[in-house]
Design a protein around this ligand. Structure first.
Ligand code: ATP
Length: 708
């Protein structure tokens, strides 16, 4: 049974470093299954054994299992080329390069090649067993090798490892050197297993156990754990195991709590070293206090959920207050700035969306942050979430992402910077020693705005700091609509819509029979979550925007509020060449400047020859009845969000539906088409074509894979 690991008492006893063969065995067992439950059991039991017998082996094991050597922000890379490892395999196995090539063609995996190559080698002198800790140390040595002859040095370390490795160890060692273990242990499973292993430690009799079953919890440890749990539950009074509460229930409660805790701690402080140490020294209790969010260590960022239209945004957020922000097209940057003492120097770290340290790429941003501390002596520390965007240094105009990507990645010198940037800050996660993740977005944003005001340095090429442009839902749907149009016309990707205060929304039932329920929607900062409280609306997801329409203004309504003296909305029409008539398609009330409204009111003044209360120009309006009719005489360029089937419109009637016409949603005035007369306006066929094209595109969007 591959799940049984036979303990060799000569090489392994408690409190001595654990042989690498144990981990290799666990890895090999993991490759025998794709079942998530089995993977979790194997990982959990592996970690239980390690925690019980030699805790210092825990951290190297976590790194090996996760194919890494260090936390992501330290980016220690093995830097091993394919040829170095191949040469080492060749050297150790004595095979010719042709024979190795044949093995590669046969297996396709370097670990399998090494395993087969080494299986023919007879070792005369027995080597001391590889240990988990020594394998990890050798990998660190490989990563840190520097200077002349580095490749040779690395090759010699790999050879030593290969010589000492036996059987399955060879396969997994080489896979580890290529940073691809090919076992289904992703970060979530590792953290889950670690949590479970902490809940269910092994009984003290482990040292007598000669065989460890990696895939079943059902060993005496389970009974012991349950006994202990029941003891605690019944206030110390001993109960018979038979009357005890169902062990799997108690365990799953305990598991769930520990898993949530470890995952929460990890996403705020992704450092296995700090977590493993706290767990080993202090257990699960107060883990969050021992390994808190810390300035200088990046946390996993919050991610947004995709939406396809403003309608969807309003549906999903119902009537909760939100802020719609420009979604800039640059690079996400989590910026940490802090002083260790009030007089001390300012430290700055800039992390990418994947938590790599990219401080060296942005010396100008480092300078900007340092200046913020000088400007505000009260400031002690902060973490902000931002998008760094390339700008035109003369006027601050946004530049494309491509321009930003022209910047070198590492060791950029201030004097060499050619691409100026603006840091658009959109969230504040930490301020002066206070963690703000649990505060609602409205409060975090207010603090961001007051404590870190925009900065435009005198020297134009220097980095700027600004807040993202935004409009709040309180301003009304029309204002949001206009802001969206502005985004569409600017060098930004669209909008990020963010909930301002925590609330509740209707949850989509998971199946048709399920009844919809209200579920909480927090406006807190949720590290590593794709939250529904952040909705991204990208231009290229919104269909029908590709083309604009050329439409004729044919009527208007008396405006309300601020627009009471003007015509608003205005009725717009297509030109139907088959009947020679203008056919109303939609009402438009956005995109006009006040000056334009005024000139429109003068041109189509009540009582003038251009304006009538009767439909004297014989336009077709279907169910759209304006207060006044305009004399058709000009063409406007109009953009819309979407073409929809409408019960009131008669535009393109019969082309898509026999009983209904088409309309344009959220039309926006772009400009007057001086060069067109009304017979050159868009025709019903064009609108029907846009509708069909949009349906096709929608199907494609439905299949978009949006990441994790
Ligand atoms: P995701 O980060 O959601 O997995 P992704 O990497 O493909 O997806 P997008 O889908 O384009 O990125 O959207 C999210 C990104 O938008 C953020 O990671 C951030 O870099 C960028 N962004 C720009 N402006 C903002 C803003 N105002 N608020 C939040 N993120 C913004």
């Amino acid at each position: 049974d591959p799940t049984i690991f036979e303990v060799d008492p000569t090489i392994w006893c408690p409190n001595k470093p654990i042989p690498y063969s144990f981990l290799a065995h666990a890895l090999s067992t993991l490759t025998t299954t794709r079942s998530r439950i089995a993977i979790l059991n194997i990982l959990t039991n592996t970690l239980r054994v390690i925690l019980k017998t030699h805790p210092p082996s825990l951290l190297p094991s976590l790194y090996i299992l996760s194919n890494t050597l260090s936390p992501p922000y330290e980016s220690i890379e093995l830097g091993l080329g394919y040829s170095t490892v191949t040469k080492a395999i060749q050297h150790v196995s004595g095979l010719s390069s042709a024979a190795l090539k044949r093995l590669y063609t046969k297996t396709g995996d370097p670990g399998d090649v090494a395993f087969e190559a080494k299986s023919n080698v007879r070792t005369l002198i027995p080597h001391p067993p590889l240990l988990i800790t020594s394998v990890y140390d050798s990998m660190l040595k490989i990563a840190l090798a520097k200077g002349q002859g580095t490749a040779k040095q690395k090759q010699s370390i790999v050879e030593k490892l290969l010589v000492a490795a036996k059987g399955e160890e060879v396969r997994f060692l080489v896979r580890t050197l290529f940073q691809n273990l090919r076992v289904g242990a992703v970060r979530t499973s590792i953290l889950t297993a670690l949590a479970r292993a902490m809940v269910m430690t092994l009984p003290s009799s482990i040292s007598d156990t000669s065989a460890i079953n990696l895939s079943h919890y059902a060993d005496e440890a389970l009974i012991t754990a349950v006994k202990e749990l029941n003891l605690t539950k019944s206030g110390g009074k001993k109960k018979k195991v038979e009357d005890a509460v169902d062990p799997s229930n108690i365990l799953s409660e305990k598991f769930a709590a520990a898993e949530a805790l470890i995952k929460r701690v990890y996403v705020q402080h992704p450092n296995y070293g700090h977590i493993a140490r706290a767990l080993v020294e202090m257990g699960l209790n107060d883990l969050a206090e021992h390994v808190p969010l810390t300035v200088g260590i990046p946390l996993h960022p919050t991610l947004g959920s995709p939406t396809r239209s403003l309608d969807e945004v309003y549906d999903r957020l119902e009537n909760l207050a939100f802020s719609a922000e420009f979604k800039y097209d640059g690079q996400r940057a989590q910026i940490h700035g802090w002083k260790d003492s009030s007089e001390g120097p300012v430290s700055v770290k800039i992390f990418s969306r994947h938590l790599e340290d990219m401080t060296d790429k942005y010396p100008d941003v480092v300078q900007l942050v340092q200046n913020s501390f000088t400007a505000d002596p009260e400031l002690q520390s902060f973490i902000i979430d931002t998008e760094i965007v390339a700008i035109d240094p003369r006027n601050g105009e946004l530049r494309t992402f491509q321009e930003l990507s022209n910047r070198a990645r590492k060791d950029v010198q201030m004097t060499e910077i050619k691409i100026a940037v603006c840091v658009f800050a959109f969230d504040l996660l930490y301020l002066d020693g206070q963690i703000l993740l649990q505060e609602p977005f409205r409060k975090r944003r207010a603090l961001l705005r007051t404590r870190l005001p925009p900065v435009i340095p005198e020297w134009k090429g220097a980095a700027r700091l600004d807040h993202v442009r935004s409009v709040e839902s309180e301003a009304g749907r029309e204002a949001i609509e206009e802001f969206w149009q502005e985004a569409v016309e600017s060098r930004v990707e669209g909008l990020m819509v963010k909930l301002l205060d925590s609330g509740e929304v209707l949850e989509e039932p998971s199946n048709k029979k399920g009844r919809p329920r209200r579920k909480p929607l927090p406006a807190t900062y949720e590290p590593d979550k794709r939250t529904s409280a952040w909705l991204k609306l990208k231009k290229d997801y919104v269909t029908g925007l590709g083309d604009s329409l050329d439409l004729v203004p044919i009527g208007g309504w008396h405006g309300n509020g601020r627009k009471v003296q003007w015509w608003s909305p205005v009725l717009l029409a297509l030109y139907d060449p088959s009947s020679g008539k203008l056919v109303a398609v939609c009402k438009c009330m956005s995109g006009f400047s006040d000056v334009f409204y005024k000139s429109m009111k003068e041109k189509y003044a009540e009582g003038s020859e251009n304006c009538s209360y009767q439909n004297i120009w014989d336009v077709e309006t279907g169910g759209l009845k304006p207060h006044v009719y305009f004399k058709p005489q000009e063409v406007w360029e109009i953009r819309g969000a979407d073409v929809t089937i409408s019960p009131v419109s008669v535009a393109a009637l019969g082309l898509v539906s026999q009983s209904r016409g088409l309309s344009l949603r959220f039309p926006r005035f772009m400009k007057v088409r001086e060069d067109k007369n009304i017979e050159q306006a868009s025709i019903p066929d064009f609108l029907a074509g846009m509708y069909r094209g949009q349906q096709g595109k929608r199907e494609k969007v439905e299949g978009v894979d949006d990441g994790d």
